[in-house]
Design a protein around this ligand. Structure first.
Ligand code: ATP
Ligand code: MG
Length: 772
């Protein structure tokens, strides 16, 4: 379950948001202020530049118009000295103007006033002075006309003006009249020059004329005429502003007419919008002009930089980043706190769970009846349950394994031999060996009667680098006592069963002998005898099985070679001449064992090797032995029918027969007895395929020393009880059936010739033999 978000974390996040918001706002405010200041500075710059540019433009227009005026005036003064001005003199006097680079200037003309009546005479006069082909025609019905006599072209456009009646243009006529009146150069209102009036409408532009009066310098000055400079307004303004504005200024030139109106004479535009404008007044000759300038502030030098925008964007980004950083830092503590809370909750849950597990484990340990003890890697007790305390009968733990034997009173099952500490299941488990069913007797002050326990030990991994061991103790005192009673009971029952069988056999044999031949009853009696023998054999085997488990081990040094030779002899002595078993016996070590029991093992293994061959085949058996790792390993190999793989593990079980269908005689108890005997000697037995065909049985026997030989005290007790019970029964039987008890037991497999050959003789050490 996800833990509820603690209010601390929520508060932390809120604080983080507020702080981050404040930082963002402050950052944005600073950035916007800086941007505004920079933009302001830029605007100021632009205004200043605009002022400068406007002033430059105004000065340029002013200077240039002033120059035109003075040039015309100077030229007029130069001409005034000459009473009869010839074309040549005019040409010479006005030559400097041709190279004066007068922007927008169209032409310069010498204009004289002529009365209508004087036109023919004046025409002749001026023709005579060099105005060849001059024709004077009145253009307006006035008395006085202003005819252009000589003309100097200053621009390519327009037709020549010679002979034009300037009075046809009232604006020019007014300027001429003013100039004559005031004796100073005068400038006209804007109009389309007469010489331009035949141009296409698009090329016509508003223009001016500068008119400078020409007066003689005599004592009584006489008026001669005017020098008139025609100026095209658009060309003039474009020429002026193109240089000054550097393509950043728009401009408009307004002239003040004689009637007070201020029409736009010319306009100069550059592409783009404009947001700055200025108005500048200037004086041109006798009139006032106005120059209007416009510009886009962002295009003016010092105002065109993108720096403020860059600063604005970078500043916003930095403010956002800073706010983010502040949020992360401010909420860091809250997040860490939330993590700690989460971890603490998990930890609590884990602690709760382990407490529950520990409680459960404790309850289980307290409730189970088997004793459990756990030690660490040094053998110190970590844990044991109440059952362990009860079973061992000692209140205090002993943590030094060397002291366990004395402290707890641990003995071998014989009840006398102290149990070696290295063989205790806990120590074996600490060495990594799992062991089951290790029997020992616990006898101490609190348990003076002694308890027989069976102990299982297992290594334990308590943690990655710590090891330990656990042992479970079962009290088997009662169980063993019950088993012993059962064994005694089985022995007595088996023995009791044999007595009536002996009687039946004896009487049957007597009857066969007594009956006259040919009655047909003989066959039935012989079958009875065979059945009795089989039953007696079965009982013998059952007794042998019981003996193998319960009879005391009488250990002594045994010459294995001699024992095998004896068994082989017994197995082959009664064979028919046509049977040729091939038995090879190798070098065999001396071992310490119970000779009678060991004989039973060898007899059964060799007997099996001779028995389980294909009919008509001679058995081949090899017996060999080696000493290795302190123990003897004996091998009985044959070339018989072999044992299927899936039956190999089971042949050591009681009554298990791998070839039951094949008709080989047997009870299936032989190998179970062998296994018991070998294990009671502390060895192991196993079977495998014999390479090349057949079967190979192997068993080991520890090379025990004489002083370590031991006998099982319980077995001894069982044995004593069994002997006592059998003696009583035998006495009773002998009393009832004198003469029959001594009858020999027949071979139970005698109906089967092959099996009869292989039938193992009843071991001579069998306890029953002592009482029969
Ligand atoms: P018993 O020995 O009691 O007279 P048994 O020989 O049948 O009877 P075990 O000696 O216990 O019983 O053998 C068990 C089974 O293992 C046999 O029935 C047989 O099938 C198989 N067996 C034992 N030894 C051999 C062998 N050498 N070759 C082939 N099979 C064998
Ligand atoms: Mg057998």
């Amino acid at each position: 379950m996800k833990p509820r978000e603690p209010s601390e974390a929520r508060r932390g996040r809120l604080t983080g948001l507020l702080l981050a918001g404040a930082v963002l706002l402050a950052g944005l405010a600073v950035v916007i202020s800086v941007y505004a200041v920079m933009r302001g500075a830029q605007r100021e710059n632009a205004e200043r530049v605009m002022d400068q540019r406007t002033e430059m433009a105004r000065a340029a227009v002013q200077t240039e118009t002033e120059r035109y005026r003075s040039l015309v005036e100077t030229a007029a003064a130069g001409i005034s000295t000459d009473a009869g001005l010839t074309w040549a003199e005019f040409d010479a006097a006005t030559a400097p103007l041709a190279t004066a680079n007068l922007i927008g200037a169209a032409s310069l003309a010498y204009v004289v006033p002529v009365r209508t009546s004087d036109i023919p005479a004046q025409q002749a006069l001026w023709r005579s002075r060099g105005a060849s082909g001059l024709e004077l025609h009145a253009a307006v019905p006035t008395d006085e006309h202003f005819f252009s006599i000589y003309t100097r072209q200053l621009a390519a456009q327009g037709r020549p003006m010679n002979g034009l009646d300037v009075a046809a243009a009232p604006e020019a006529a007014a300027a001429l009249t003013d100039a004559r009146r005031i004796g100073q150069p005068s400038v006209s209102d804007a109009y389309v020059l007469l010489r331009d009036r035949n141009l296409p409408a698009a090329q016509q532009q508003r223009s001016f004329v500068f008119a400078a009066p020409i007066w003689t310098k005599a004592n009584t000055p006489q008026f001669r005429g005017w020098l008139v400079l025609g100026l095209r307004g658009q060309d003039f303004l474009t020429g002026m502003l193109r240089t000054v504005s550097q393509n950043q200024l728009d401009g408009a030139l307004l002239a003040t007419n004689r009637d007070g109106r201020t029409p736009v004479v010319a306009e100069y535009t550059v592409p783009g919008r404009t947001d700055l404008d200025r108005t500048a007044d200037l004086v041109v000759a006798d009139r006032g002009w106005t120059l209007i300038t416009r510009a886009d502030a962002s295009h003016l030098p010092g105002a065109s930089s993108r720096l403020p925008l860059t600063v604005l964007l970078t500043g916003i980004a930095l403010a956002v980043l800073l706010a983010g950083l502040v949020y992360v830092l401010a909420t860091g503590r809250a997040r860490a706190w939330a993590k700690v809370q989460e971890a603490t909750t998990d930890l609590r849950a884990a602690e709760e769970e382990s407490r529950r597990q520990a409680g459960l484990l404790g309850a289980i340990m307290a409730s189970i009846s088997d004793a459990v003890g756990v030690v660490d890697e040094r053998g110190a007790f970590l844990l044991h349950n109440p059952a362990a305390r009860d079973l061992l009968g000692v209140a205090e733990d002993e943590n030094d394994p060397q002291e366990w034997q004395k402290h707890y009173g641990l003995f071998r099952p014989d009840g006398r031999t102290p149990f070696p500490v290295d063989e205790t299941p806990l120590i074996r488990a600490l060495h990594g060996e799992a062991c089951d069913g290790v029997e020992m007797i616990v006898r101490n002050d609190r348990r003076p009667e002694g308890v027989l326990v069976s102990v299982d030990g297992r290594p334990l991994d308590t943690s990655a680098d710590r090891h330990g061991a656990v042992a479970v103790f079962h009290d088997i005192t009662e169980l063993r006592r019950y088993e012993n009673d059962l064994a005694v009971f089985a022995g007595v029952v088996a023995h009791d069963l044999k007595a009536p069988l002996t009687v039946i056999r004896g009487h049957s044999e007597a009857a066969v002998e007594d009956l006259p031949p040919g009655t047909g009853v003989e066959r039935s009696l012989e079958r009875i005898i065979l059945a009795v023998d089989r039953m007696a054999g079965l009982i013998d085997t059952l007794l042998a099985y019981s003996t193998a488990r319960d009879a005391p081990l009488r250990l002594r040094r045994v010459d294995l070679g001699a024992l095998v030779a004896e068994v082989v002899h017994d197995r082959t002595a009664h064979l028919r001449p046509e049977d040729h078993p091939e038995i090879t016996v190798g070098e065999l070590p001396e071992v310490t064992a119970d000779p009678a029991m060991l004989r039973h093992v060898l007899d059964n293994l060799i007997g099996n090797a001779l028995k389980y061959v294909r009919p008509g085949t001679d058995p081949r058996v090899g017996v060999s032995g080696v000493t290795e790792h302190g123990q003897a390993r004996i091998e009985v190999a044959d070339r018989g029918i072999g044992i299927p793989d899936d039956a190999k593990d089971d042949v050591f079980d009681r009554f298990h027969r791998a070839h039951a269908e094949a008709g080989y005689a047997g009870t299936g108890l032989g190998l179970a007895i062998c296994k018991r005997i070998v294990e009671r000697h502390g060895g192991e037995i196993g079977v495998s395929d014999n390479p090349g065909g057949g079967t190979r049985f192997q068993f080991t026997l520890p090379l025990l020393k004489e002083n370590e030989m031991r006998a099982d005290h319980d077995d001894a007790a069982t044995r004593a009880a069994l002997e006592r019970a059998l003696a009583e029964r035998a006495a009773m039987e002998n009393a009832r059936l004198p003469g029959l008890s001594a009858l020999p037991a027949a071979d139970p497999s005698s109906h089967d010739p092959a099996a009869a050959r292989l039938r193992a003789p009843v071991p001579d050490h069998h306890p029953r033999a002592d009482h029969e």
